[in-house]
Design a protein around this ligand. Sequence first.
Ligand code: SF4
Length: 149
Amino acid sequence: MPGCTAGSGTCGICRSGCDRKPGWFLPGEAEKTAAHLGITLPELFRDYLAVDWWVAGQEPVFLLSPAVRGNEAGREFPGDPRGTCVFYEGGRCRIHPAKPHECASTWCGGGPPDVHRTTAMAWQDHQGQLRELLGREPRDQPFSGWPGL
Ligand code: SF4
């Protein structure tokens, strides 16, 4: 399958990712997405983002992600996190110049090894931002997305 042209995110592999589960932001990136859309970070969070998490040892590390369509934005992901990214419109990424690190670094199924875990772990010292956006402590719940995993 041919890859994307100049990192456009339009090949079948990239598009299947946008249809399956959004990539994760690094700390500080959602602010750039908000600026790209001309809105504030709290507005972006309320309307388009959700809190996802990575379980590292005993404690989850919470982080920011685009929400998926059909799930409420401005809160945590459900136990089944699968779904089409809210920014995936007409077969393109609406925030392509300001997309999350995990999306931008994994073109065409490639990208740095272990990027999911390393993106999550970058949030370890930024958990206060999630509390601030939610207005309370974030909560995880049992993962139920991929039976058998
Ligand atoms: S932010 Fe863009 S590239 Fe990332 S999953 Fe959503 S639509 Fe796809």
